[in-house]
Design a binder for this molecule. Structure first.
Ligand code: ATP
Length: 709
C-alpha cells in the first residue's frame, strides 16, 4: 500500500486545488514560516477523519475552509482527497486505487467519500485501522508535538502505543463486543421484566387450568355416571312402556262391556215399559167399566122407583101431569118441614128430586122401555167388566213371567257394571301410570338434553347392558348423586374454559418464547464475554509483546541519539475508584493500564522526564516515535518540524534514522532542516503571496534550501 497523492481544494490557505504527489519514499515540504506547510500535515489529519478541530488549529469545521483574502473570495467548502495504491489490497477493498475524501461545508456538515461514494466516518476509520492507520494519529507528528509521547498521560500513552502496534482493530472489535454485550444485557433485563410482568397472569392462568382439568376429571366421572344412569333409565322406561301396552286389552274389554251394558239397559227398559202400559190401560178400562156399571145400576134404581111411585098413585091410570105432581110434592115438603120430622123432610125432597129427574112426564111405558134398555146396558157392562178383569189377570201373569226373564238380564247387567267399574279402577290406575310414565319419559329426555350440554357429548345410553334387578329407589339415589355432582361441575365453571385454555396456551407460549429469547441472549452474551476475554487476552499479549519489542528499539534509538544511557517503557496498573461507587466498594475499583517512560542519560543523574532539556525531550520523543514505527511500520509517517530542535550532530543521526524508517514507511517531512532536506528525493516548496494563498512548486535541493529560508 502506497500513498500516491493528496489533493487540497479550499482547505485552509490552499484556496486553489493543489496536488502533492508522493512518488518516492521520502518527500520533504519546505517553505518560509507561515506559508502553509503545516496546513498540509493537517490536511492529512483532516482527510483521515480527525474530529478534534483543536488538533488542526481550528475551533469549528468552518475554520478548515479557505476564508478569503483581498483578492481571492472565500470558499464554500474545503475538500481533501487522499489517493492510495491498493494493489496489495492492504485496504480491504477490491480496488487498485482507493481514494478517501472528506469535505466540510460552511454549516459544519461533513461528507466522507470512498472512491466517490458517500460513506460513514466509521467505515473510513475501520478501513484505515486495518491498514494500521489509527485514529490516534501517531503517524502524524504535528509541529511542536514531538514530545507529545512524553507529555501525554500514561493512559494516553498506552492508547498511542496500542494504535502504533496496530491493536486498534482489536480495540474496535472489543468495544463493539462490549456495546453488544451491554445491549444484550439491556435486552435481557427487558425480557426478564416482560416475564415478571407476565408471571402473575400466568400463575393465575395455571390455577385456572388446574381447575379446568379437575373439572374435566369431574366431567368424565359424571359422564360415566350419566351413562350408567341413563342406560338403566332407558331400559326401565322401555319395559314400563311395554307393560302399559298390555292395558289395551283392558280398554277393549271396557268398550265391549260398555256396549253390552247399554244394550242390556235398553232391553230391560223396553220390557218393563211395554207390560206395565198395557196393564195400566186394562186396569183403567176395568175401572171405567165398573163406574159405568154403577151409574147404570143407580139409574135403573131411579126408574124402578118412579115406576113403583106411579103404581102407588094411579094403579094403572095415567100418571099425573108433571106440573101438578111437583106442586103436590112441594106442598107435602112444606108440610113436612112444618112438622119438622126429618125423615119426612128427606123423603119429600127425594121425591121432588125424582120428579125433576124424570123431568117431564114419563109414562109408564116410557119408563119400562128405558128400564129395559138400561138392563141390557147393565148386562153388557157386567160382561165387559168380567172380560177386562180376566185380561188383567192374564196380563199380570204374563208380566210376572217376563219379570223372571228380565232378572237374568239384570243379573248380567249388574255383573257387567261391577266388572266395568273394576275395569275403570284398573283403567284409572293405568292412566295414572301412563301419566307418570310420560313425566318420567319427559324427564329422561330433559336429562339427556342437559347431559349433552353439560358433557358436550351424548352419553351412549342405548348400549345393551344387563342390569341386575333393583328397587326404583336405587335410580333415585343415582339421580340425587348426579344432581350434586352436576352442581359441583357447574360451580367449577367450565363455561369459558376454551378461552382460558387458549389464553393459557398463548401466555405459556409467550413465556416460553421469552425464556428461549433469554437463553439465546444469554448464549450470545456468553459468546460475547468469551470474545471480549479473547480480545482482551490477545490485546494484552500483543501489547505486552509489542511494548517489549518497542522497548528494545526505544533503548537502541535512545542510545544512538544520546550516545549512551538507556530508555524503557513500563506497563503500569493504576487502580481508580469508579464513579457511582456501590456499598461493596472494592468491587467497583477500575484497573487502568498505562505506560510510563523512564530514561537515564549518559553521565547525568536524571530521574524523571521533567528534568530533561527541550532538546533532550525532543530526542527522547523521536527515539520513541521511531521505535514504534520500527516495530509496526505505518504506511506513511508525517513529521512536521520534529527536527526543529536538533543540533548538527543530532540532525545527522536523525537523517540516518529517517533513512532506516523509509525502508518500511513512506515519509513526509516538513522541515527547515538542511540535513533532513538532503535525505529527501522529492521536494515541494510552499510559498504564499500577498493574496494569502499557498502555492506549491517542485524544487531541487539547492532551490529548496533557498525556498526554506
Ligand atoms: P511555520 O514554518 O512558521 O510553521 P507554516 O508554513 O507551517 O509556518 P502554516 O502554519 O501551515 O505555516 O500556515 C498558516 C497560514 O495559513 C497562516 O498564514 C494562516 O493565515 C493561513 N490560514 C490558516 N487557515 C486559513 C484559512 N481558513 N483561510 C485562509 N488562510 C488560512
Amino acid at each position: 500500500m502506497r500513498l500516491l497523492s493528496i489533493e487540497l481544494s479550499g482547505f485552509k490557505s490552499f484556496a486553489k486545488k493543489t496536488t502533492l504527489e508522493f512518488g518516492s519514499a521520502i518527500t520533504s515540504v519546505v517553505g518560509p514560516n507561515g506559508s502553509g506547510k503545516s496546513n498540509v500535515a493537517e490536511s492529512f489529519r483532516f482527510v483521515l477523519g480527525e474530529q478534534s478541530m483543536k488538533s488542526m488549529r481550528g475551533k469549528r469545521g468552518e475554520d478548515m475552509i479557505w476564508n478569503g483574502s483581498g483578492s481571492v473570495p472565500r470558499a464554500g467548502r474545503a475538500g481533501v482527497k487522499l489517493v492510495f495504491d491498493n494493489t496489495d489490497r492492504a485496504l480491504n477493498l477490491d480496488f487498485d486505487e482507493v481514494a478517501i475524501e472528506r469535505v466540510v461545508h460552511r454549516d459544519g456538515n461533513n461528507e466522507y467519500l470512498l472512491n466517490g461514494s458517500q460513506v460513514r466516518l466509521r467505515d473510513i476509520s475501520e478501513l484505515l485501522s486495518r491498514a494500521n492507520i489509527g485514529a490516534s494519529g501517531h503517524h502524524i507528528i504535528s509541529q511542536g508535538e514531538a514530545d507529545r509521547a512524553l507529555s501525554a498521560s500514561s493512559r494516553e500513552r498506552r492508547e498511542m502505543l496500542e494504535d502504533a502496534l496496530g491493536l486498534t482493530t482489536y480495540l474496535y472489535k472489543r468495544e463493539e463486543a462490549e456495546k453488544k454485550l451491554e445491549k444484550t444485557a439491556e435486552n435481557m433485563r427487558e425480557v426478564e421484566s416482560l416475564r415478571r410482568e407476565l408471571s402473575p397472569h400466568l400463575k393465575f392462568l395455571n390455577a385456572q387450568v388446574k381447575k379446568i382439568e379437575d373439572a374435566h376429571v369431574l366431567r368424565e366421572e359424571l359422564f360415566e355416571r350419566y351413562t350408567d344412569y341413563l342406560s338403566r333409565e332407558h331400559i326401565y322406561l322401555r319395559l314400563a312402556r311395554a307393560e302399559l301396552g298390555e292395558g289395551k286389552e283392558l280398554e277393549d274389554e271396557h268398550t265391549t262391556l260398555d256396549h253390552r251394558i247399554t244394550q242390556l239397559r235398553k232391553e230391560l227398559e223396553k220390557k218393563h215399559d211395554a207390560g206395565s202400559d198395557e196393564l195400566m190401560a186394562l186396569e183403567r178400562e176395568g175401572r171405567e167399566t165398573a163406574h159405568a156399571r154403577e151409574a147404570a145400576v143407580r139409574e135403573l134404581g131411579g126408574i124402578e122407583g118412579e115406576l113403583r111411585a106411579l103404581e102407588r098413585m094411579q094403579g094403572d091410570g095415567p100418571a099425573l101431569p108433571a106440573r101438578e105432581a111437583r106442586d103436590f110434592a112441594e106442598s107435602i115438603l112444606s108440610l113436612a118441614e112444618g112438622s119438622k120430622i126429618s125423615e119426612l123432610i128427606s123423603l119429600a125432597r127425594s121425591f121432588i128430586q125424582k120428579l125433576s129427574v124424570s123431568s117431564g112426564v114419563h109414562s109408564r111405558a116410557e119408563l119400562l122401555e128405558k128400564k129395559q134398555v138400561l138392563e141390557s146396558q147393565l148386562k153388557d157392562l157386567q160382561e165387559k167388566e168380567e172380560h177386562v178383569a180376566g185380561e188383567v189377570s192374564v196380563l199380570r201373569k204374563k208380566i210376572e213371567g217376563e219379570k223372571d226373564a228380565s232378572r237374568e238380564a239384570e243379573r248380567e247387567l249388574f255383573a257387567a257394571m261391577a266388572r266395568r267399574s273394576e275395569l275403570e279402577g284398573a283403567r284409572m290406575a293405568l292412566r295414572a301410570r301412563e301419566d307418570a310414565l310420560k313425566l318420567e319419559e319427559e324427564r329422561f329426555k330433559e336429562e339427556l338434553r342437559e347431559a349433552a350440554i353439560l358433557l358436550e357429548r351424548v352419553p351412549d345410553y342405548e348400549q345393551e347392558t344387563m342390569f341386575e334387578d333393583e328397587p326404583r329407589s336405587a335410580q333415585e339415589e343415582r339421580r340425587r348423586k348426579l344432581e350434586r355432582q352436576k352442581i359441583r361441575l357447574e360451580e367449577a365453571g367450565l363455561g369459558n374454559s376454551a378461552e382460558i385454555l387458549k389464553e393459557h396456551q398463548e401466555t405459556t407460549e409467550r413465556d416460553q418464547f421469552l425464556l428461549r429469547e433469554l437463553a439465546d441472549l444469554e448464549t450470545s452474551a456468553q459468546s460475547l464475554r468469551l470474545l471480549i476475554e479473547d480480545l482482551t487476552a490477545t490485546l494484552e499479549e500483543r501489547f505486552v509483546g509489542g511494548v517489549e519489542k518497542i522497548n528494545a528499539e526505544f533503548d537502541a534509538f535512545f542510545k544512538l541519539m544520546f550516545g549512551g544511557g538507556s530508555a524503557s517503557l513500563q506497563v503500569v496498573k493504576e487502580t481508580k475508584l469508579r464513579r457511582g461507587v456501590s456499598e461493596e466498594g472494592s468491587e467497583d475499583m477500575d484497573v487502568e493500564e498505562g505506560v510510563e517512560i523512564s530514561v537515564t542519560l549518559p553521565h547525568k543523574r536524571i530521574k524523571g522526564l521533567h528534568m530533561l532539556s527541550g532538546g533532550e525531550r525532543a530526542l527522547t520523543s523521536i527515539a520513541l516515535i521511531f521505535a514504534m514505527s520500527q516495530v509496526n511500520p505505518p504506511p506513511f509517517l508525517i513529521l512536521d518540524e520534529t527536527d526543529a530542535a536538533l543540533d548538527e550532530a543530532n540532525s545527522r543521526r536523525y537523517g540516518d534514522m529517517i533513512e532506516t524508517l523509509a525502508k518500511k514507511s513512506q515519509l513526509i517531512l516538513i522541515t527547515h532542516n538542511r540535513e533532513t532536506m538532503s535525505r529527501a528525493s522529492v521536494l515541494y516548496g510552499v510559498t504564499m503571496g500577498s493574496d494569502g494563498v499557498s502555492k506549491l512548486l517542485s524544487v531541487k535541493f539547492e532551490e529548496a534550501v533557498a525556498v526554506a529560508k
